[in-house]
Design a protein around this ligand. Sequence first.
Ligand code: SF4
Length: 336
Amino acid sequence: MAWRETRDPYRIWVSEIMLQQTRVETVAPYYERFLRRFPDVRSLARAPLDDVLKAWEGLGYYSRARNLHRAAGVLVGRHAAEVPRTVEALEALPGIGRSTAGAIAAIAFGADVPILDANARRVVARLFAVEGDLRSSAAESLLWQRSASLVRKGKGRDTALAVMDLGAVVCLPNAPRCPVCPLRSRCSSFPRGLQDSIPPKRARKSLPHHDVVAAVFRRADGALFLMRRPPVGLLGGLWAFPSGRRGPGETLEDALRRSLREKLQVRAVIQREVGAVQHAYSHYRITLHGFFCETRGGALPAGEGTGWLPLREEGRFALPRADRTLVEFIHREEER
Ligand code: SF4
């Protein structure tokens, strides 16, 4: 983990943002690529948002990239392009909550402050046998207190890293490795056999499913028509095929024709299916059905918020994973 070998606050900040909601193995290649592309705060602040989203493509939770970019602008404007040292100043930046602020302050600057990311939350809850719903405000406050009690004077960095490591390799979500845990003699859960019930397992809810239809308009040179999604919200700022959700009782084709009329004011002829892609977001699942289309009445919009993706070039467009898969289907078909 390259971010463990640095004391550079910028690099630690980038790694902590990437590690929010994403596993270490997934983050590693993105981290290296991102830092090659944006080696410091100024280069990140200067870059167009499109470039930042492109470097983030596939990592998901794109608000993190948008906030990182905005925060870099704030750092250049108000902090002389330096990452601030205190939890309070860090927390004032877009995309940085209390735990991320604590992690950056502790790891980059050695501050004696606690952390409470997902791994730390589990480790601390088990160490102190905090039972019940850990998301309640009472539990939250208790966990912060307990996490703070682990920090010895002058050992903020070591404590943050140790808690993270323990959570990543020993005090695992399922089947914690208590017999080899260096903290087992201090752990309140292990001797009482509570480690498997803390935190309590939540019943996995089945996610609702939606059929989404997408239009693939292809120019004579092979370029594909894309539209930029609104700047905030799910996949905000990314480029995607024009699409819409299938309504009750609609066929996929009817849904696509309706969506194109409503969104682009064009009448379309649907030629054939490109393929279908399954994808899960945090709160729902989709099947994205792509169709080659041609306009028959009305022209595709041009200008701001629209673009043509050259077929053989990654270019500047960051696409959601499902749309990127449709592009791959088209590539493969062309190669046959
Ligand atoms: Fe976690 Fe087990 Fe170690 Fe306690 S003894 S901290 S439950 S791994």
